[in-house]
Design a protein around this ligand. Structure first.
Ligand SMILES: [Zn+2]
Length: 117
């Protein structure tokens, strides 16, 4: 596996998320946009706050996983499933570069095996 390429991909993604998260939290502070005294406008502003909060939260979660993946790259355990210790499928790593478990365990974590094929 080309760990250099994987690392570069993770770092790029991390930068992308960090810049998105920081611009979203700047919006949340309302520094240049104090809450309007008009009630209807306040409601609209609160709704968009919730959307921003959700973006922030999923970005934060993804950032956490990317950090963990970078640590596993350093430790040499990047492609090893943390649940069962088996190698993670290469196709899965290509699709989700920060995943920490194999397809079988990921399916198991989502509430039991899926319908047999
Ligand atoms: Zn596994």
């Amino acid at each position: 596996m080309d760990t250099q390429a994987v690392r570069a991909r993770l770092l790029r993604r991390r930068e992308e998320l960090q810049s998105r998260a920081s611009s979203a939290s700047a919006d949340l502070r309302h520094e240049s946009d104090p809450l309007s005294a008009d009630f209807a406008e306040q409601v609209t502003q609160r709704e968009s706050d919730e959307v921003l909060g959700a973006i922030n939260e999923s970005a934060r979660e993804e950032l956490r996983q990317i950090q963990a993946a970078l640590r596993r790259l350093d430790a040499g355990t990047y492609a090893i499933c943390v649940v069962c210790g088996e190698p993670i499928e290469e196709g899965r790593l290509a699709a989700v570069p920060y995943t920490d478990c194999c397809r079988k365990c990921a399916d198991g974590q989502r509430g039991g095996p899926r319908r047999a094929r």
